[in-house]
Write a protein that binds this ligand. Sequence first.
Ligand code: COA
Length: 333
Amino acid sequence: MAYAAFRSIGAYAPSKILSNEDLAKMVDTSDEWITKRTGIKERRIAEDGEFTSDMGAKAAQIALERSGIDKSKIDMIICATISPDYFCMPSTAAIISTKLGISNATAFDISAACTGFVYVLSIAKAFIESGMKKNILVIGAEKLSAITDYTDRGTCILFGDGAGAAVVSATEDKNEAIIDVHTGADGTFADLLMSPNGGSGSAHDTLEQEATSCFMQMKGNETFKVAVKTLTKDVVDILRDNSIDSSEIKHFVPHQANLRIIKAVGEALGMSDEQVVLTVEKYGNTSGASIPMAINDIYESGRLQAGELMLLDAFGGGLTWGSALVPFAPLQK
Ligand code: COA
């Protein structure tokens, strides 16, 4: 039987920094308030002409090079994004494939907000285990600045831009295999976090009247409470189902939404500070890109070694949620 191995990681963050001090000049807020309530100090913002696909392609190029797998062998590209280059078509994944010089690979986007990267991992795992695909490029890429309302202090302080990518490929070695991926969704909470207009659910006159029609809106306080509960349950469930103890997790990589959420979840699960991966301070919430950007951070700082077990844990608009038990299995050790 074929198993799916997580071979490599790459990421890209735009160079332009939007600091808390910058935001305090735009809306009624302060560095002190943002730091205390979210742990975020700054976030990256893409240039006007820099699209989600540009960032996704840069992250993917790095992941490809680090994988040691030739791009001609990539047979599927999946991009998790809620800020695609174009809302209907073509898919950002298809555009990325062309930017990478990859032809004839299946390419599509998925929309699962901040849980997007865990969703694409589950899809990649299933395609590889079924034998239908062998080498899959999975990407989380977001230009959230394009759908953020910079007059709304409740949301604009949270979000940033960036991309992360990984290569998942077939192996016969069970020790290298992604152990399990859990995903779920509950649309009854859809209104907690949404971009209410711009799709087929919005009236044409709304689109004409509202320049801000596609911007994200959020009930922050309610979202916070559901996030802590859901993220904790995700981990308890996946560890129990696989008879794994939390002490066996080398790197706990939660979605980087808010330091207080991450701390509350880490404490509820008894995770030590060494286990918990944090990038929220420098990147803010980059939705589908947040988890692969965080994995790249521990890789580039030399903390992620071959064979180490990562536990990914995400939560986002939809509502969606997911968790994954992923050993790092590079071909080049
Ligand atoms: N600066 C200063 N004050 C702010 C503010 C800001 N940026 N944003 C909100 N406030 C104010 C509110 O207006 C409110 O004022 P009031 O008491 O006079 O009405 C007060 O702060 C408390 O607002 P509240 O929304 O209850 O704050 P909070 O402690 O819940 O923090 C968030 C707000 C957005 C930081 C927090 O709710 C959060 O992080 N939620 C989860 C968001 C998230 O993770 N979303 C993505 C999920 S993937």
